[in-house]
Design a protein around this ligand. Structure first.
Ligand code: 6PG
Length: 485
């Protein structure tokens, strides 16, 4: 074959196909392969029928169709399929070639695979890609990480096909070593979960307490979308709420079963936060809200048996709507503040030199959480690259000062009406915990010391010096240092 492919793409599911079309649309020559070969035939004889795309019937044929150093991108289901493909590709490739995983792989797998592929003399890249089907076709946000030497070989191509913002750099940049790209994409998805849940909670408040119709809420969200809350997720929510079911002629939202699915990236983010000891209540509650939603039978039974308060309807006014809007805005800031703290902690743990301002910039376009508000995050990290917590930045501190009352009122009103708003209230609790200089954790320490001789530090002694009290005669003299796990 005399086809001189710039890149080979394996896996012609919808994301893979759309990325190929995007690459070909930018004048790159793309060789494609799919395990079910019929799919290749169908694609290259259908929407992929252009001289820029060559269909291959085997991996060796795909590899032969590529320029050196070869760039091979896998767009297959995360998990063992990726490992199997790497094993098949390695003997076919040469030192200096690049293997790219564009799926939603777990970052620990990407760390392991980078080591393995680099040990064979090749380069490995785990690239998080966000934006769904349309993003893949028209310009996604791309978050590549792995072997640094691969970046000069991919930069031009990846930045060309990524989302472009008129006033900024393309929505693709090098994230960092080994699993950094997939980690950042994972946190993006975690934020996506919390962002979606916050919009859903706000919808429920407006629907149940304000008694607004889906169409009226679409109007409210459309209005909010013109201001600081402007985001893709709010925009599509307004559109969703206007959709009418052709069968029942009811709002389509009312005939969609309230059981939310999840593929795992939100839970991975939560797992990582728990492992690294970073408070991430917004995202964790969003993951748990999906799990609870999926337990429909138990919810239906409990709805009949468990007592709750009578709903207290809200007097709908511009002021009330502004209050709910502010609550959504400040809780969203808290979700991002937690997400970026997780990134910061992971960077330290794994030795990744992450550029937080640039990461926020990559999320401004193409991806699911794209939002105007990300400009402010970039600006905050430009002002202070060492910023410890977004909320401590002057812009966000002011936003919290202006919105906290509305946040409290909305969370409290929902609680008093028995309307669950887990992310709205969990983030508020985190916020208050964060601003509590003297907390009740001294009591936790005393309890630990009482039942397990785990020791405690004193307010009048230097940090790191531990004390134990014999709390009761029955206690014995052991301190935890002697048996702690
Ligand atoms: C994206 C999305 C994408 C996908 C999620 C959905 O950034 O383009 O996040 O990765 O839609 O995997 O995840 P759930 O099925 O878990 O909601």
């Amino acid at each position: 074959m005399d086809f001189q492919g710039d890149i080979g793409l394996i896996g012609l599911a919808v994301m893979g196909e759309n990325l190929v079309m995007n690459l070909a649309g930018h004048h790159y020559q793309v060789a494609v392969f799919n395990r079910t070969v019929d799919k290749v035939e169908k694609f290259v004889n259908g929407r992929g029928k252009t001289p820029s795309i060559a269909g291959c019937r085997s991996l060796p044929e795909l590899v032969r169709a590529l320029k050196r150093p070869r760039r091979v991108m896998m767009m297959v289901r995360a998990g063992t399929a990726v490992d199997e493909l790497i094993d098949q590709l390695l003997p076919l490739l040469e030192p200096g070639d690049v293997v790219i995983d564009g799926g939603n792989s777990h970052y620990t797998d990407t760390r392991r695979r980078t080591r393995k592929v680099e040990a064979a003399g090749l380069l490995y890249v785990g690239a998080g890609i966000s934006g769904g089907e349309l993003g893949a076709l028209n310009g996604p946000s791309i978050m590549p990480g792995g072997s640094a030497a691969a970046w000069p070989l991919l930069r031009e191509m990846f930045q060309a096909i990524a989302a472009q913002l008129p006033d900024d750099l393309p929505c693709c940049d090098w994230i960092g070593p080994d699993g950094a790209g997939h980690y950042v994409k994972m946190v993006h998805n975690g934020i996506e979960y919390a962002d979606m849940q916050l919009i859903a909670e706000t919808y429920e408040v407006l629907r149940k307490m304000g008694k607004l119709t889906p169409e009226a809420i679409a109007g409210v969200f459309g209005e909010w979308n013109r201001g600081a809350l402007n985001s893709y997720l709010l925009e599509i929510t307004a559109e969703i709420l206007r959709k009418v079911d052709p069968v029942t002629e009811k709002p389509l939202i009312d005939v969609i079963l309230d059981c939310a699915g999840q593929k795992g990236t939100g839970r991975w983010t939560a797992d990582s936060a728990l492992e690294l000891g970073v408070p991430l209540s917004g995202i964790i509650e969003a993951v748990q809200a999906r799990s609870l939603s999926d337990d429909k039978a138990r919810r239906e039974m409990s709805a009949r048996l468990l007592p709750g308060p009578a709903l207290r309807p809200a007097a709908v006014s511009d002021q009330w709507l502004a209050q709910v809007r502010s609550a959504l805005y400040v809780a969203k800031i808290a979700v991002y503040a937690q997400g970026f703290q997780l990134l910061k902690r992971a960077a330290k743990e794994f030795g990744w030199p992450l550029d937080y301002g640039r990461i926020a910039g990559l999320w401004r376009g193409g991806c699911i959480i794209r939002a105007i508000f990300l400009n402010e995050i970039t600006a905050a990290y430009r002002r202070n690259p060492e910023l410890d917590n977004l909320l401590l930045d002057e812009f966000f501190r002011r936003a919290a000062a202006e919105g906290q009352e509305a946040w409290r009122r909305t969370a409290a009103a929902a609680a008093l009406s028995g309307v669950a708003a887990p992310v709205l209230s969990a983030t508020l609790n985190w916020y208050d915990g964060l601003r509590t200089a003297e907390s009740a954790a001294n009591l936790i320490q005393a309890q630990r010391d009482y039942f397990g001789a785990h020791t405690y530090e004193r307010t009048d002694a230097p940090r790191g010096k531990f004390f134990h009290t014999v709390w009761s005669e029955a206690g014995g003299g052991t301190v935890s240092g002697s048996y702690d796990a």
